[in-house]
Design a protein around this ligand. Structure first.
Ligand SMILES: Cc1ncc(COP(=O)(O)O)c(C=O)c1O
Length: 233
């Protein structure tokens, strides 16, 4: 039996319909931008493991650093303990963050980081005795991950819809989807800002936090929005 067939019998893959998906490609090794299968056929890894492998595969400096560190201290429970490298990393990151962002909390992936951020903002208002601040504002088409809080604030994927009865309530704002040389961008932004103002006027006192994808609504791949259509222009 091939490795792909053994895989199919025992493994589930993310974002994959296991019955209809084509066979997975077994990868034996990787170097730089390339993955190599068992016959040494090279694949250019344009997706970089969903964007996280920015420095390339099997980078010698990273591999050596991981090896050295694992020989000294691979992990310590962060509740009640710390270590120099964690503090140094935060000190370096702090230098490039805008004020007033100055504190760090380590999480283990994007979705969990989003959960932590939602919980922190919610608890902030509980601590301030403003328990009415329970609503999150998010933008249409935003993607924030696949845990329940992250799905609630960014339910864009068909994979999420089956869970929608379990999501908490979120106020969703239109996003001024645009593209290069878009003649209507100023008007779209104005409309999005008017919608934001309106939302804050009506629900501002109940809002715990606003969540938005940095830079672009990249993962959503959406261009449309309910607030305008081209006949508006
Ligand atoms: C903007 C954004 N937020 C959150 C996530 C979730 O990250 P993770 O897949 O590490 O849980 C992603 C993942 O693609 C993302 O693009």
């Amino acid at each position: 039996m091939t490795l792909s067939q053994r895989d199919r019998r025992i493994l589930w893959h993310p974002f994959t319909q296991e019955k209809t998906a084509s066979a997975v490609i077994p990868i034996k090794s990787a170097k730089g931008s390339y993955l190599y299968d068992e016959q040494d056929k090279a694949y250019l890894d344009l997706i970089s493991s969903w964007w996280v492998n920015l420095h390339g595969h099997a980078h010698p400096e990273i591999a050596t650093a991981i090896y050295k560190q694992a020989n000294q201290l691979e992990h310590v429970i962060f509740s009640g303990f710390t270590h120099a490298l964690a503090v140094e990393l935060c000190e370096e990151l702090q230098k490039i963050l805008p004020d007033p962002l100055s504190r760090f909390f380590f999480s283990d992936n994007g979705s969990t980081a989003v959960e932590v951020a939602l919980k922190m903002s919610y608890q902030y208002w509980v601590n301030k005795e403003k328990k009415e601040r329970t609503l999150f504002l998010s933008f249409e088409g935003g993607y924030h991950g696949d845990t329940f809080g992250a799905m609630s604030v960014g339910c864009t994927s068909g994979f999420h819809s089956v869970f929608s009865d379990l999501f908490f309530k979120v106020l969703t704002l239109p996003y001024p989807a645009t593209w290069e040389d878009d003649k209507h961008v100023a008007l779209k932004e104005e409309k999005a800002l008017i919608a934001l103002d309106e939302m804050l006027k009506n629900h501002g006192k109940q809002v715990a936090a606003i969540i938005l994808e940095p830079l672009v609504q990249g993962a959503s791949g959406r261009t449309g929005s309910g607030v305008w259509d081209l006949s508006d222009f």
